[in-house]
Design a protein around this ligand. Structure first.
Ligand code: ATR
Length: 276
């Protein structure tokens, strides 16, 4: 029987997940399918409840559903609970919804691969944004031993809620002070949606030390305005494609029973799918 999975988001047109999972399904000759479902936040509960009857093995959640999905789950893995967001939900044959979070793993696995050494990046990382992806990244940084995590978000309440869940070493910095917050930073990460399409993150990089890499979790476009400006200043830049691939590895294994290898082939195939 064909195993089915899907990604749920709103909007969903930009998602590369169907292309990524489709590549691995073909590569391992698995009888499976991976679709994209556009579901509004208001409809999420009804849609989740209906999935069980479709025989689907699981779903990934993307913007803006990673936190919103939690009330609709029967069981939540420890890491997803600590993060306060789930990006992967397994639906067991008995109809149980089990939430997990593979974003923290995906972020750290790709960061480790991208930078010369992770330790120097951990002294004082700055994270912009306080949504579901930010929660996973702050958690990953904390678990890896970050000395201080400076968290900046447009709405300070959301940043404070995140800091409350995860605790030290997160310090919340008001949106108005975001430019100065980059002084002495060891790594800059954008987790907001600003930079997608025609939008841009309003953040001046003048105070950012030259050795700090700049990481943007956006992958469409591959080089956001933030990354272009960082590159022009000589910073190492990292886009969101790697995190997308690495977070999908454990999700694919949970859906389809095979841990896919991450090699040049999958990168090339995804890059071909991105309009540049
Ligand atoms: P995800 O779950 O993928 O992180 P999200 O929960 O929708 O997505 O979070 C989006 C992030 O982008 C939030 O930090 C949001 O800031 P608010 O909490 O203030 O809404 C941020 N964001 C969205 N639009 C923004 C804008 N115009 N300027 C600054 N930040 C923005």
């Amino acid at each position: 029987m064909t195993k089915r999975a899907a990604v749920i988001g709103y909007p969903i047109t930009h998602s590369l997940s169907p292309r990524l999972h489709g590549y691995w399904l073909r590569r391992y000759a698995i009888d499976g399918a991976y679709d994209a479902l556009e579901v509004s936040p208001e409809a999420l509960g009804i849609k989740m409840a209906a999935l069980e009857k479709t025989g689907i093995t699981g779903v990934n959640l993307t913007v803006p559903h990673k936190e919103l999905v939690l009330p609709f789950l029967d069981e939540v893995h420890e890491e997803a609970k600590a993060i306060g967001a789930a990006n992967t939900v397994i639906i067991t044959p008995e109809g149980k919804y089990v939430g997990m979070n593979t974003d923290a793993y995906g972020f750290m696995a790709h960061l480790t691969q991208s930078v010369e050494a992770v330790a120097p990046c951990l002294s004082a990382p700055v994270v912009i944004g306080a949504g579901g992806a930010s929660r996973a990244i702050c958690y990953a940084l904390k678990q890896a031993g970050a000395g201080e995590i400076r968290l900046v978000n447009r709405s300070v309440e959301r940043a404070e809620a995140l800091a409350e869940t995860l605790g030290a070493p997160i310090s919340v910095i008001p949106w108005e002070k975001r430019h100065e917050a980059l002084a002495g930073a060891s790594l800059l990460i954008n987790t907001t949606t600003q930079g997608m399409g025609e939008t841009r993150l309003d953040l001046a990089l003048d105070a950012l030390p030259a050795h700090a890499p700049v990481y943007d979790i956006i992958y469409a476009p591959l080089k956001t305005d933030l990354l272009l400006r960082a590159e022009a200043r000589g910073h190492q830049i990292i886009n969101g494609l790697g995190m997308l691939i690495w977070q999908a590895q454990p999700a694919f294994e949970a859906f389809f029973g095979k841990k896919p290898e991450i090699d040049g082939g999958v990168w090339d195939y995804l890059l071909q799918g991105i309009k540049r």
